[in-house]
Design a protein around this ligand. Structure first.
Ligand code: DAT
Length: 188
């Protein structure tokens, strides 16, 4: 049984997942009492443990081997110490077992010009920017999360706006508060 919840912070590239995770981990480390969250960057796992079959030049992305990736993820979050507290930073929820994850936070940036600027400053090609903007407009990540963890009213999927700089702090605070509530509800 986990003593802390596992959370996926998901969303289209550029919505602010890594920035929000960093802020959340920093708030949790400074909190009193401290909340022992740990960051699981799936990007790093894909690269470091070679969970891919090479680089797709057209799409400017690594071709992820989902089976291999999920084996590696399972080693960390399911077979590890089992204590939970993982903040999983990945654009997608695909492949994650529902039982591994207590909450999915989907960050949303519905201001397309803002998302465009963030993606173009990464040097993405126009096609890649367009593909990601379409995914954001159609809410692809959100739909996928709801397929696995239920509708937002069931309480395991939360959509948070990530447009303005203030949203980062606010979202990190909200997620930390959710963690505190979870601890209270599941405590010894
Ligand atoms: P992701 O991890 O979702 O790909 P990121 O955290 O790397 O995104 O953020 C991409 C860029 O956008 C980065 O320069 C920080 C900026 N950014 C993210 N969320 C923001 C927000 N809510 N307000 C202002 N800038 C934001």
């Amino acid at each position: 049984m986990r003593s802390l919840p596992n959370i996926i912070v998901a969303g289209t590239p550029g919505v602010g997942k890594t920035t929000t995770c960093a802020q959340l981990l920093s708030l949790a480390a400074q909190a009193s009492p401290r909340v022992e969250l740990r960051h699981l960057s799936i990007n790093e796992i894909v690269k470091e443990r070679e969970c891919h079959s090479g680089y797709d030049e057209e799409l400017q992305t690594l071709m992820v081997d989902d089976d291999k990736l999920m084996d590696e993820v399972e080693k960390e979050i399911a077979d590890g110490d089992g204590a939970g507290g993982w903040i999983i930073d990945w654009h997608s929820t695909a492949g994650f077992a529902v039982r591994w994850v207590d909450l999915v936070v989907v960050l949303r940036c519905d201001e397309t010009s803002v998302l465009y600027d963030r993606l173009s400053s990464r040097g993405y090609k126009d096609e890649k920017i367009q593909e990601n903007m379409d995914a954001e407009i159609f809410g692809v990540v959100s739909e996928e999360a709801r397929d696995g963890w239920g509708e937002p009213e069931d309480g395991r999927v939360v959509e948070l706006k990530s447009v303005e700089p203030d949203d980062i702090e606010e979202n990190a605070e909200r997620i930390l508060q959710w963690v505190r509530n979870w601890i209270q509800d599941h405590g010894p």
